[in-house]
Ligand binder design. Sequence first.
Ligand code: C2E
Ligand code: MG
Ligand code: MG
Ligand code: MG
Length: 293
Amino acid sequence: TAKQQGKAGFVRYVDGLGEPVLAHMQLGGELRRALDNNEFRVVYQPIMRLDGSRLFGVEALVRWHHPSRGVVGPAEFIPAAERTGLIVPLGRFVLRETCRQAASWLAEFGPDALHEAGLNVSARQLHDPDFVADVAAALAESGLPCERLVLEVTESAVLRGQQVSRALYDLDRMGIRLALDDFGTGESSLSLLRAFPAAIVKLDKSFVDGIEIDDGHPAAAGARQAVARAVIQLAHALGLDTVAEGIESPEQVATLRELGYTLGQGFHLAHPMPAAEVSRLLAHQQSATSRLP
Ligand code: C2E
Ligand code: MG
Ligand code: MG
Ligand code: MG
């Protein structure tokens, strides 16, 4: 009947578009509520020196402390935040929080304790006409020197549009360092390095996985080593710093060091952790250093 086709038909239509549409709409509303409710937290993953495992910097990673679902990782909500535009206020929160925290670590532990603090920026944020001003304001408010801030962008984000490259060049001119995240996974990594004012390349985890294995599947390990070697040669030639991502074993550290990598990030070195834990790490390193002759 007509009545059955009414509401029921609409529901079926939405179902027909696929469950995700409805789920995303609900998630969008939930994210807005969560933002108003201060449910987002920033954790920091140390970036370590591969010789001797001292902390070099940190990468900020956002977490959602959901009232009933517990801690939710960014993979589950960043895509929806990008689609709904909520990534702009959420990203601004991460930016301000990271600058404030990094400035506080520098004040407490001195300029050598933490060389840089990085955070991830999505394409949607780079399209926001206020983004560059937001970054400048976060630096000014926190007192964090611009050269301590690293903004990590992926190739796909960089490749999207005029406004984006304008923002990247403005940030570079302000003295902020830009990192190409997940390097090597995109389609035009090499031409991007020429066109984009990057200061750092982050070798993607997919090239670090299995890089140490030279028996069993020698060809696969050889290919990953070849990519890792090519990336570091290119980086050196262009004057860029490198960070190897997703290091999960001491054998990977050894292989990467042989290839010339000096900085790395991964669960073997340190997991993402709350700011207070980073503070403890910095305090520990400081007391260890002061005990040296
Ligand atoms: P990413 O920027 O490449 O960050 C590295 C991710 O790898 C993090 O996942 C980190 O926890 C994970 N990771 C680090 N070491 C290891 C390891 O040894 N093994 C494995 N299996 N994983 C490791 P996370 O925190 O879940 O973040 C995932 C992605 O979400 C990030 O990838 C980044 O693209 C995005 N993201 C995180 N925070 C933000 C944010 O504040 N804003 C934006 N726009 N994106 C963010
Ligand atoms: Mg990153
Ligand atoms: Mg990455
Ligand atoms: Mg990644």
